[in-house]
Design a protein around this ligand. Structure first.
Ligand SMILES: [Zn+2]
Length: 399
């Protein structure tokens, strides 16, 4: 048994005015007390003047992708050993940044499932290979389904996935896929959702196109990833559409959290052709101009009462390294979210979306001891979230 004490603390939903002393026994939190509490003799205490909070959760990662351009596509020809090596490197990068749980929304060969609870590495919530249409987005990951979608969901369930991921539109990592169109009909998507729910599994849909997002919503998915709402004349996010998403209580993950310092290098000339074409038809003269419209959508999601969580799509390129999810907090605050709400989106709300409400994302007795300590008062200095001082994963201190 040991304790970690910090002058400042955020418990997953709110700041604790008296800081916190979190007492840990084995893998679990067994006590959450004020910073200046008396502890029984013999309990080792790690003291910190900064902020103690639950470890962060990245709701959208690809552990098999190494953070270089084309990393996901290259996995098509990699051996299992090579994939496992990349997965371990990705998990270490997350851990070093204070990320203690990741939701992997697309692997190959179900390789991520065996990394769910490796000592010293973040917990993995795994989707396995995403369901896609023949030749559709990320078909090279092995999740192509032609016809019997319920059977494909059942197979995923038998192999033990935690969540079903379905590609409801094309994507930019698969240039030949239809980014502006739909993959799967509403009937098929509904069958996927029903099959997933029958197994107790949430279903999240990748949707870059507006029609893909509309179809996914009609099918009753639990979450939408990207939510780019592209049409052939650019992104289109109507107020009535946001109201519908809110009314159905669908969780949206815009997959932002980019390292924007690198955006200046993303000129239209170096973008993937499909992305460059999108910029052109939408009238954006730079990638960052497009990204700013995404931040506007982030603000509007809150205004419309949509449940928002933060995922990075980490691993998908240099602007999306593993361990980057902390940046979403600053983005949300910039978009008008109160700090506590922004922090909840990477802790307690993210845990809820991952089906881990009772397990992690909170400084609460009985929860897994997944903790992050940063050096400063987070309420005063948000950038401190980018430098982990101490990370605890299921009770084990990493540094
Ligand atoms: Zn993704």
């Amino acid at each position: 048994m040991y304790a970690i004490r910090a002058d400042h603390a955020f418990d997953g939903t709110r700041f604790l005015p008296s800081g916190a002393t979190v007492i840990i026994d084995g893998e679990r939190i067994v006590g959450v007390e004020p910073a200046r509490c008396e502890l029984p003799d013999g309990i080792e205490v790690a003291e910190c003047s900064g902020t103690l909070l639950p470890g962060l959760i990245d709701c959208h990662t690809h552990l098999i992708a190494d953070g270089t351009f084309g990393g996901l596509e290259r996995t098509a020809t990699m051996s299992d050993d090579q994939l496992d090596g990349v997965i371990i490197g990705s998990l270490r990068a997350h851990a070093a940044a204070g990320v203690t749980t990741v939701r992997d929304l697309g692997d190959r060969g179900y390789r991520t499932l065996q990394f769910r609870e490796r000592p010293g590495l973040p917990r993995v919530v795994a989707a396995g290979p995403p369901l896609t249409t023949p030749g559709g987005h990320c078909h090279f990951l092995g999740g192509q389904v032609d016809g019997d979608v319920a059977r494909a969901v059942a197979e995923h369930g038998e192999l033990g996935v935690d969540v079903i991921k379905v590609m409801a539109s094309g994507g930019f990592a698969t240039p030949e896929s239809d980014q502006l169109g739909a993959q799967f009909s509403v009937t098929e998507l509904t069958a996927i959702v029903e099959a997933g729910h029958a197994l107790g599994l949430p279903v999240v849909a990748h949707a870059h196109s507006l029609i893909g997002a509309q179809n996914a919503i009609s099918a009753g998915v639990d979450g939408i990833e990207h939510f780019t709402c592209l049409t052939d004349s650019g992104p289109r996010v109507d107020d009535s559409f946001l109201d519908r998403v809110a009314a159905q209580d669908i969780t949206v993950d815009l997959t932002l959290s980019n390292d924007r310092a690198l955006h200046s290098a993303m000129t239209l000339a170096v973008l993937p052709p499909a992305m460059a074409k999108l910029m052109e038809i939408s009238g954006f003269d730079s990638f960052d101009a497009f990204y700013r419209t995404r931040l506007d959508v982030l603000a509007r999601l809150r205004e419309h009462g949509v449940r928002v969580v933060a995922g990075v799509d980490s691993g998908m390129g240099p602007i999306k390294p593993h361990g980057n999810v902390w940046r979403s907090v600053g983005e949300m605050v910039g978009a008008g979210y109160p700090l506590s709400e922004a922090l909840a989106s990477v802790t307690s709300a993210a845990a809820d979306a991952c089906g881990l409400a009772e397990t992690t994302g909170r400084l609460a007795v009985g929860c897994s001891a997944d903790l992050l300590v940063v050096d400063q008062d987070l309420a005063e200095d948000l950038d401190t979230l980018g430098s982990a001082h101490e990370v605890v994963i299921r009770g084990a201190r990493l540094r």
